[in-house]
Design a protein around this ligand. Structure first.
Ligand code: NAP
Length: 258
């Protein structure tokens, strides 16, 4: 399927690995030029090389996207932006009584205020040109809370509320904003979550993964490439009537009718 976005220019933040990389690769396959970022230069450069194989222009910016200076570096490198995919690392797990104000501020910065700042920077020119696509990577935890990820539940729900209103304010200018909600996917983040379970329960990593897979109707973890394909579709010309939605990619794990 031709997504109709060949030659467009996208920022994909936190994209050297995992879901961000999956989105960047799917956009690259659709002919989109990319500005990607991550904090670690070496893995970022490796990711950029893999993306260039698809014949698109890739600029790699090593920075922390959750601070203003990092956001400025990425926005300056991009210049004109047609497509924005926001992503950052997720907050650590814990118990409700663990988290203090600083922990919340950090989580809000990473998973709510950073995507909002990037949208505020990119939306005006998208609206002016009458076309734009924004996809925010959030989490299944927006739909059904994951108790141990209270920082994530809180920050991402705040972002979701902001998007719900803002998407309706910009849709008339040809700009869509939607959120993708990952359930468990086979990335480094999943390895780190399984490591926590394996240590806490005294079981092997394989067993921890098998136990988690048993809770998913699809019987497996998602792949970053599947996630990326959904992202690329939301960025396509054909997806212009999809506005302010929260699309769950979780293999059926969240038990809900709608
Ligand atoms: P991942 O495999 O660990 O990859 C994270 C990527 O983000 C890496 O490229 C990392 O590179 C970059 N990154 C992290 N913090 C950054 C920062 N402050 N500034 C710039 N780049 C940064 O994680 P993932 O599984 O793709 O998860 C992506 C997001 O989806 C996370 O917020 C996660 O909580 C959420 N999520 C994931 C799952 C899942 O099952 N995988 C499920 C629900 C939600 P550097 O470390 O070099 O910066």
């Amino acid at each position: 399927m031709d997504l109709g976005i060949k030659g467009k220019r996208a920022i994909v933040s936190a994209a050297s690995k995992g879901l961000g990389f999956g989105c960047a690769e799917a956009l690259a396959k659709a002919g989109v030029d990319l500005v990607i970022c991550a904090r670690t230069q070496e893995t970022l450069d490796q990711a950029a090389e893999k993306l260039r194989v698809h014949g698109v222009d890739v600029t790699a910016v090593a920075c922390d996207i959750t601070i203003e200076a990092g956001q400025k570096q990425v926005l300056d490198a991009a210049g004109h932006v047609d497509i924005l995919v926001t992503n950052a690392g997720g907050p650590p797990p814990g118990v409700w009584s663990d988290w203090n104000r600083d922990d919340f501020i950090k989580a809000l910065d990473a998973n709510m205020l950073t995507p909002i700042a990037l949208m505020k920077a990119c939306l005006p020119s998208m609206m002016e040109q009458g076309w734009g696509r924004v996809v925010n990577i959030t989490s299944q935890s927006v739909k059904a809370p994951i108790a141990a990820l209270g920082l994530s539940n809180a920050a991402r729900t705040g972002l979701t509320g902001y998007v719900a209103g803002t998407a309706r304010q910009v849709a008339g200018s040809g700009v869509t904003i939607n959120n993708l909600l990952p359930g468990i996917h086979a990335t480094d983040r999943a390895v780190s979550l399984d490591t926590g379970v394996s240590k806490a329960q005294g079981i092997s990593m394989d067993q921890a993964r098998k136990n988690r897979e048993g809770t998913i109707p699809a019987g497996r973890y998602g792949e970053a490439s599947e996630f990326g394909a959904a992202c690329a579709f939301l960025c396509s010309t054909q997806a212009g009537f999809i506005v302010g939605q929260n699309l769950l990619l979780d293999g059926g794990a969240t038990l809900a009718t709608i």
